[in-house]
Design a protein around this ligand. Structure first.
Ligand code: CU
Length: 246
């Protein structure tokens, strides 16, 4: 038996029309992770191509599933026409292995950080962090989750089947121009989305599920809650993400 979670971000001119199945990014694991940052297109609106950026795809980035204690060799190739970086948000790494504004990857170059995962099981993320360009590259689409696992977490009675009962929920807002192309550095990023999907729904099993909620927005805060009572009813498993007024 399947239930539908309704993942809706309300507010700011976001009209409620057709529900769309949210994107569940692919996963990458192992001790050698290859990422290619590239441009692409994505249909945020049915039938309309919007220019985007992604890692190993047109939009968003693969979810990295890593184990505490593992040593990982990364290869991050910049196939964009712009310099960028990749920052491992929340992970404890040496500066040379972290793509803050100082560790740039020029177009056509491959950056090869290598480090041991020191952090406990949790949800982290990665995204470009170039000075003055973070908003542009993240808004265009480069953002991915990092799920770190460890022995302590493995003993807990929690869902951990990615995409089946353990779901990424990346909350973002974007601003589109008249041609439905993404704008940056505006204060009118009023189109809210979950996993790059406007008016998203998720076909979830009727059991306890795990949602790894990320605020991947450049400047927004979200109130996240349940619709109706704070009780999850089997027949009406409806979640509603409410936009904060500010
Ligand atoms: Cu960050």
């Amino acid at each position: 038996m399947r239930k539908f979670l309704i993942l809706v971000l309300f507010g700011l001119g976001n009209s409620l029309n057709a529900q769309n199945q949210i994107i569940i990014p692919d996963t990458l694991s192992g001790d050698h992770i290859q990422l290619e940052l590239k441009t692409g297109t994505h249909e945020f609106y049915s039938g309309i191509q919007t220019n985007t950026m992604g890692a190993n795809g047109n939009i968003l980035a693969p979810t990295l599933i890593l184990n505490k204690g593992d040593k990982i060799d990364f290869e991050v190739t910049n196939s964009l026409s712009d310099t960028t970086t990749i920052h491992w948000h929340g992970l404890h790494v040496a500066p040379k292995n972290d793509g803050g504004p100082h560790t740039i990857i020029k177009p056509g170059e491959t950056w090869k950080p290598s480090f041991k995962i020191l952090d406990k099981a949790a949800t982290y993320w990665y995204h470009p962090h170039l000075h003055h360009k973070t908003d542009q590259h993240v808004s265009k689409g480069i953002a991915g989750l990092i799920i770190v696992r460890d022995e302590e977490e493995a003993k807990l009675d929690l869902p951990r089947r990615y995409g089946k009962d353990d779901f990424p929920i990346v909350l973002q807002t974007k601003d589109f121009d008249a041609n439905n192309q993404i704008l940056f550095h505006t204060n009118s990023d009023d189109v809210a989305m979950v996993n790059a999907t406007i008016n998203g729904t998720l076909d979830a099993p009727a059991q306890v599920i795990r949602l790894r909620v990320l605020n991947g927005s450049s400047q927004r805060a979200f109130n996240v809650g349940f619709s109706g009572d704070k009780v999850i009813l089997p027949d009406s498993l409806r979640w509603r993400f409410t936009r904060k007024t500010y």
